[in-house]
Write a new protein. Structure first.
Length: 252
């Protein structure tokens, strides 16, 4: 063994219990006083590595977006299914179902994979911790027109809708959509997993105020040598296109 890559997230900075320091930085902004399995894993890794010839890296991605299915935390299938139901209802505009958007960040799953691979080879990454993002920021209502366009719609109005309550139970209708479009995506449970609930959370369903920004710094990562970036709008377009090409979502 030469290297171990451990993934954490912004809960290392306490994003789930407090506003983040902006931007949250590695080895400065952590909330070690908050119980978290991250710290047990990290402690175990450090102890096992003592005196060994291998190294470790810890990567802290923000909101990960990709083409995984059956996931608990991927907004792409959840939003793709929502759009399919809206098209079935005859809509030509896709309403934004979330709440007030706060300034946030995302990371493309493919970019994250390349960062993980880099961390296993780069000397500057040995026994270091890095935040990983696309390199820009976004707000859900502002990125919504690109999402709607990728799914074949014009952007509609802000019409809050709890996807987990309103879309997840509609398995029979989804089966009809799958049959009509000859989709390979399986049942809602198989395809979306728990991600309806996650989409509601990350898009702030029910939130009337934006809330504090949740931003991390990637200066350390870039200075260490990983400088890849991706436009977040382009990421959403890419991920929806991949699922459409695989026959998992209806084409526009």
């Amino acid at each position: 063994m030469r290297h171990v890559a451990l993934l954490q997230g912004t809960k290392a900075y306490g994003v789930h219990v407090r506003p983040l320091a902006v931007p949250a930085r590695e080895n400065r902004s952590e909330m070690h006083e908050q119980p978290n399995f991250y710290w047990n894993q990290e402690r175990f890794l450090r102890e096992r590595q003592q005196g060994k010839g291998w190294s470790w890296s810890i990567l802290r991605p923000v909101l990960i977006v990709g083409d995984s299915v059956g996931s608990a935390m991927n907004v792409i299938p959840a939003l793709g299914v929502y759009a399919a139901f809206m098209r079935r209802a005859g809509r030509t505009k896709l309403d934004y179902p979330g709440g007030a958007g706060r300034v946030a960040q995302a990371v493309d799953a493919d970019l994250l994979a390349r960062a993980i691979a880099w961390s296993g080879e780069a000397a500057a990454a040995r026994n270091e911790i890095f935040n990983v993002t696309n390199g820009d920021v976004f707000v859900w209502p502002n990125v919504w027109p690109a999402i709607a366009d990728a799914l074949g719609f014009e952007a509609g109005d802000h019409v809050p809708l709890a996807l987990d309550r309103q879309i997840r139970p509609r398995e029979a209708e989804w089966a009809e959509i799958r049959a009509a479009h000859r989709l390979k995506s399986g049942t809602l449970k198989e395809f979306v997993g728990l991600s309806f609930e996650y989409a509601d959370y990350t898009m702030g369903y029910g939130r009337t105020e934006p809330g504090p920004a949740a931003l991390v710094s990637t200066v350390k990562l870039m200075q260490a040598g990983f400088t890849e970036v991706m436009d977040t709008e382009a990421m959403f377009r890419k991920c929806f296109a991949e699922m459409q090409e695989k026959g998992l979502l209806p084409r526009p």
